[in-house]
Design a protein around this ligand. Structure first.
Ligand code: LLP
Length: 423
C-alpha cells in the first residue's frame, strides 16, 4: 500500500519522551533513534526471503544487534564494516551468509578479512573474482551487475550506467564466468543496485535485467538480490514505493528462474535508508537567532559535520521546533534559515542542491529552543566528521519507552587521538 507521511513543524516529544529531557540528559547535538520504527519497517519487508541491511546507512552496534535479533542480516562494504558486523554478533560462517562483503574492490585489509572469515563476497569488479579465487579456490561468490542504467535521488547516488564505477558491466558476465572457472570459484548469486532513493519505475526495470543476467549465468544461481534503493518520504508530497507491487515483480522473476533452473531461488532485498531513515532524529539547540537583511537565521549547535546530506546533495529534511518552555505550535510560523556552527557558508540545513539558501516556515525560534532534524537516521551519523575539530554527537536508542545511550559523545582526547608532534 502506498501512503504518505505528514510532518509537523513543531514537536514536543520523540516516541513519547520530551525532546528537552533527551537534550538535557544526553546533551546536544544528539542523534536519537526510535527502534519501533525500524522494527515496523523490517516487518513490512517480511515477504522477501532475506532482508540484508546496508549497514552503511546507520551502523551503530546497538542498531545492528537489534536488527540481528529480528532476523535481518547485513552487508559490509569495508573491512571496518566487517568488524562491526562481527562485533554485533553476526556470524562469518559462509553457509549462513549473515555477512556479505559487497564492494567494487578489495583493499588489502578487506581481502584479508574476507579470506580469514570465508565471507560470501559480492564482486563488483572482475579483478575481485581473481583476487579472491587465488586465495580461496572453491569459494562461492555473487556478482554485482551494473545493468547499464541507474537512478537515484541525486546524480551522486545513481549507481548504474557507464558513468558509475559500480558493478560488473552487464555485457561482461561471460568473461567473469571464465575468470571464475580459472580460479575455481562458483557464481551462486546475482545482485543489482541501481541507486539510492529511486522510484518504482526505475526499480522495476532492474527485474528484466536481472532475469537476463541470470539466464546468462545459468543453474549455479541460487540467490538474486534486488539491492537497496527504496525511497522514504522526506516531504509531505512524497510517497513510499508500493511494496506489494514491488515484491510481486521480483517474485515473478524469482519464480520463472526457479522453474527454469529446477531449484529454489532465494530473493534478497538490501535496504539501508528504508530501514533506518525515519527512525532517526538529530536534536540541536538554538544558540543564536539573528536577522540578516530579509533572512531570519536560527543558528544551532549541529552542523554539516553532524548531518552532511543537505550540503552534499541539497537534501531536504523535515525540521521541527521544540520550545524550551511552552508549546512551539502556539507560536506564529515565520520563514527561517537554519544553519550550524561551522566556519563555512555552506553550513545550512535549509538549502537546495547547488548550495542555494532556502528558508522554512517554522514556529518563530528562540535561543534555548531545540531544532529537530527529522528522517535523519540513514546517512546521518555515519557521514559525520570532525571538521572544525567538532566532536561527533552522542547516539541514543529509544526502546520500550526508555532512552539508552548507544554511543558516547566524542571527547577532546578523541579528537587528537593518534596525532603526534615529531621532535
Ligand atoms: N546496496 C548497495 C550496494 C549500496 O551501494 C547501497 C547504498 C545500498 C544497498 C543501500 O541503499 P539505500 O537502500 O539506502 O538507498 N549517502 C547517500 C546514500 C548513498 C547510498 C550508497 N549506497 C544519501 O545520504 O542519500
Amino acid at each position: 500500500m502506498i501512503s504518505t507521511n505528514s510532518f509537523n513543524n513543531s514537536r514536543s516529544t520523540i516516541s513519547g519522551i520530551p525532546v528537552h529531557e533527551l537534550a538535557e540528559q544526553f546533551g546536544t547535538p544528539l542523534y536519537v533513534y526510535d527502534l519501533s520504527v525500524i522494527e515496523k519497517r523490517i516487518d513490512e519487508l517480511s515477504k522477501f526471503d532475506v532482508v540484508r541491511y546496508a549497514q552503511k546507512a546507520c551502523g551503530n552496534l546497538a542498531i545492528l544487534d537489534r536488527m540481528r535479533k529480528r532476523g535481518v542480516v547485513v552487508d559490509a562494504v569495508s573491512a571496518g564494516e566487517i568488524h562491526r558486523a562481527l562485533l554485533a554478533g553476526y556470524s562469518g560462517d559462509p553457509s549462513k551468509a549473515e555477512i556479505v562483503y559487497t564492494a567494487d574492490l578489495f583493499d588489502r585489509a578487506s581481502l584479508e578479512l574476507a579470506v580469514e572469515h570465508a565471507l560470501v563476497v559480492n564482486c563488483g569488479s572482475p579483478d575481485m573474482i581473481s583476487q579472491l579465487g587465488e586465495l580461496r579456490p572453491g569459494a562461492e561468490i555473487t556478482l554485482r551487475i551494473n545493468p547499464g542504467f541507474g537512478h537515484g535521488h541525486s546524480q551522486k547516488t545513481n549507481t548504474g550506467g557507464e558513468q558509475s564505477k559500480h558493478g560488473i558491466w552487464h555485457t561482461q558476465i561471460d568473461d567473469c564466468l571464465l575468470r571464475a572457472d580459472q580460479t575455481g570459484v562458483t557464481v551462486t548469486g546475482l545482485h543489482m543496485h541501481i541507486g539510492s532513493g529511486t522510484d518504482l519505475e526505475h526499480l522495476s526495470e532492474v527485474c528484466d535485467a536481472m532475469e537476463k543476467a541470470a539466464m546468462t549465468v545459468g543453474r549455479t544461481i541460487h540467490t538474486i538480490s534486488a539491492g537497496g534503493g527504496l525511497p522514504v518520504p522526506y516531504r509531505d508530497d512524497e510517497t513510499y514505493v508500493d511494496l506489494d507491487q514491488y515484491f510481486d515483480l521480483w517474485d515473478a522473476v524469482r519464480n520463472r528462474l526457479s522453474e527454469r533452473f529446477g531449484h529454489h531461488i532465494s530473493l534478497e532485498i538490501e535496504p539501508g535508508r528504508f530501514l533506518a531513515a525515519e527512525s532517526g532524529y538529530l536534536i540541536a539547540e538554538v544558540r543564536s537567532v539573528k536577522r540578516m537583511g530579509e533572512n531570519l537565521f536560527a543558528l544551532v549547535d549541529a552542523g554539516f559535520n553532524d548531518l552532511a546530506r543537505p550540503v552534499m546533495y541539497g537534501s531536504y529534511h523535515p525540521i521541527s521546533v521544540s520550545a524550551k518552555s511552552g508549546d512551539a505550535s502556539e507560536r506564529e510560523s515565520v520563514p527561517v534559515v537554519v544553519g550550524g556552527p561551522l566556519c563555512e557558508s555552506g553550513d545550512i540545513f535549509t538549502q537546495r542542491e547547488g548550495g542555494y539558501v532556502d528558508s522554512r516556515l517554522l514556529p518563530a525560534p528562540r535561543v534555548g529552543d531545540y531544532i529537530v532534524l527529522e528522517n535523519a537516521g540513514a546517512y546521518g551519523f555515519v557521514m559525520a566528521s570532525n571538521y572544525n575539530s567538532k566532536q561527533r554527537a552522542a547516539e541514543v536508542l529509544i526502546e520500550n519507552g526508555s532512552a539508552k545511550l548507544i554511543r558516547q559523545r566524542e571527547s577532546f582526547e578523541d579528537l587528537t587521538r593518534g596525532e603526534m608532534i615529531p621532535e
